[in-house]
Write a protein that binds this ligand. Sequence first.
Ligand code: ARG
Length: 570
Amino acid sequence: MMRSKIKNILVETASKKFGLKQVPDFSVEIPENSAHGDYAANIALVLARQLKKNPLDIARILDMELEAWSLKHGLKTEIVPPGFINFFLNSKILGETLKDILKKKNKFGRGQPQQGTIVIEYSSPNIAKPLGIHHLRTTVIGQALVNTLRFVGWKVVSLSFPGDWGTQFGNLIAGYKRWGKPEKIKQNPIKELLKLYVMFSQAAQGHPEMTAEGRREFKKLEEGDKENLRLWKWFARESYKDFNKVYKILGVKIEHTIGESFYEPELKKLVDDAIKKGLAQKGADGSVVIPLKDSPTPEIIRKSDGATIYTTRELAAIRHRFKKWRADKILYVAANQQTFHLEQVFKSAVALGLAKRAQLGHVKFGMVLAPGGKKFATREGNLIPMEDVLKEAEERAKKIVEGLNPKLSQKEKNKIAHTVGIGAIKFFDLSQNRLSDIVFDWNKMLNLKGASAPYIQYSYARLKSIIRKSKGPFTQFKSELLKENAEIALIKHLTHFPEIVADSAQKYEPNKLAEYLLRLAEKVNTLYEKVPILSAEKEIKNSRLALINAAALIIKNGLGLLGIEASERM
Ligand code: ARG
């Protein structure tokens, strides 16, 4: 990648020229406006502070020293006050990149296989409930991270950690035993189970004997009672069927699903061992805690009645994941609200010697709010099934497809509506700052002319339509014929793809890639408006066809990394 080449040569040159053992950190940016360079380095400004010299002088010295190197790498440089060194890609190197894209296709920009393995935990819904809209972000962001980190060279294990254990399942079983009808559950499993659970929990309010009943059923489940185990397994099976249905609509593929219950058998020993080693302490009431130095509270890992809790399962999961996959790192794609809990878990894991702190990362995100900024819930305050929202997206997208292309067959329209509707929702999520709350806005996410997936998908379909109409060839170009501003701007943007994907992956910020793709679609559309393609003279036409072919490849691959499909027609 050119950006890292530039960075490396600057470090090397600076350390040689100024006799530095360690060159201070500086940036090589990709300016928004390429009039300010295709890359802009602030090294001279950073060095000036340290060496107490004039930044412009330092820039000039470095630039002179780099002259031969720059020439060789197809770069022209320019020094601008107060001391930036800007680099411009010449047409020869741009032509080489274009050739490279056409040759490598969807492998263009792929990173070298790195040594490490990252486990990414995401989605992790709770069983016996529908997969709710509040699980959208973890699922969509998680999948985008899996795809991009893999692409840049990490070995990635994708994993869901469903909530399938705990006292709530005692309530569910108790509710089922009181009112449940197997036939009804078979017809509509998840809805019925949720109903039974809510009914029981509500009825138990102010009725301690019912609360005790729920607890008793869970205890029986923990002890392996045949009937309770059968019910729990049945409910879990139905839940996974339901989750998988939604994942299929979303196009999400999670390799491993290991729920909380998996860890139940090892928890007692985990806690006992921690006590034995003096890492956990037993309190007067019999509960067990891990004292944490840099935290306001110790973390409880066993209740006074002997029951284990969520954190204990989290700790067992950490141990298991490092062992099973020899992971270097575990990332948790989980809401902002989980910060305190996960911090406590991470600190406890460090205290028990299960991990180093830097090996555990919380990739946080804001809430998804309903249109108008309210909480996403039904009027009764219940959660909204994700499937319902996805269906609505497809229906709304169908109207767009009808408008654009009324002559397509029903089947084709449905297929495109699916691609556009689901793409719209995903892109709406991924294109925004991960940490902010996002407010659902159908018009924005489906705006064909706005910052949306349909806008990018439509640009792609337009390119594909030109490609279909022409007979090719699609890979023969002469770079000296691609000299219009719109053409150069587009090739330069394509050149940056590997750098943007690398950034996006490394910082866990899919919005970087999403923004890149929006800019790419804009540049494609400008080209489309500014230069004729099919009617151009033969050699020019071929060169432009090669260029749009490359642009189409990158759009498709870029969207794919975000987990979004592109349709050949729209
Ligand atoms: N099951 C939890 C929920 O649905 C999310 C779990 C997040 N992951 C974790 N390791 N705590 O809210």
